[in-house]
Design a protein around this ligand. Structure first.
Ligand SMILES: [Zn+2]
Length: 260
């Protein structure tokens, strides 16, 4: 199977150069993965890029506004079914798929891998030895987490697949999949160590921890970073590496467990 990337014109702090829409094909039939936002010129670019390829499926990695909204109108226009994990605000799949589901595309297939963490409904797709990672792993931009415990488990899961190359939802193709996944796992562990160290040094709220751990980030990203600290605190609290103090107060206050 081969792929052709159509870059959506939606660059930004969370989307890098924009959303990658992939035409995954065998030279005759194609699946369109992550059509992206509803932008007329992008819709036209996808149709133009299909050329002589016969569309077989429209597939969505997860229900986010930079990946999913064009899926229903595109599938309708092309007369093919749309596939996704579950209905959401931006997209309602014709066919719901889960971990291990296969989507046939000509002589090949996409194999769905459920990878919750960025969102609960996130799917990666294994095509031969290549893994299409959506927002589970990006190139050149930060992954925002809903659930840090699930996210780390999903990184372990994709590491176990033995894919050789990653095709992210944002940024360029990653040629050394194993190294990139290992780097992602290490980055998350390092962040956790930094958070625990910041708390040990006296920072006890998400805002205070953010100031220490995310030094020098652009001001427009500070509130997003603080919400990411909250998500990571939930994991550290669940593992009892940190303790929640005064749970009744509106803001989280955390401490390191007493070592005695
Ligand atoms: Zn996303």
């Amino acid at each position: 199977m081969q792929c052709y990337r159509v870059l959506a014109p939606n660059p930004g702090p969370y989307t890098g150069p924009g959303t990658n829409t992939y035409l995954i094909h065998d030279g005759e039939r194609a699946a369109i993965l992550d059509p992206g936002p509803i932008i007329e010129s992008h819709f036209a670019a996808i149709e133009r890029s299909l050329g002589d390829l016969v569309p077989a499926a429209v597939v969505v990695s997860h229900n986010h506004p930079d990946h999913a909204p064009l899926a229903n109108p595109l599938a309708e226009k092309l007369g093919v079914p749309s596939y996704g994990f579950a209905p959401g605000p931006d997209f309602s799949p014709d066919l719901m798929i889960a971990d291990g589901s296969t989507i046939p595309v000509g002589s090949g297939e996409l194999v769905a891998v459920h990878t919750p963490g960025h969102t609960w409904d996130h799917l990666c797709f294994l095509v031969g030895s290549e893994l299409y990672t959506g927002d589970h792993i990006m190139e050149g931009s930060t992954v925002i987490l809903e659930d840090a415990t699930a996210y780390l488990d999903s990184l372990d899961r994709v590491a176990s697949l033995g894919a050789t190359r990653l095709r992210p939802g944002h940024g360029d193709t990653i040629e050394d999949a194993a190294a990139a996944i290992a780097e992602y796992i290490e980055h998350r562990r390092e962040r956790e160590r930094q958070i625990v160290a910041a708390v040990a040094a006296g920072a006890d709220t998400p805002a205070a921890i953010t100031e220490v751990v995310y030094v020098g980030i652009p001001p427009e990203l500070i509130s997003a970073a603080a919400s990411q600290v909250r998500v990571q605190l939930q994991k550290l609290i669940s593992e009892q590496r940190l303790l929640l103090r005064s749970p009744s107060s509106t803001e989280m206050h955390v401490v390191v467990p007493d070592e005695r």
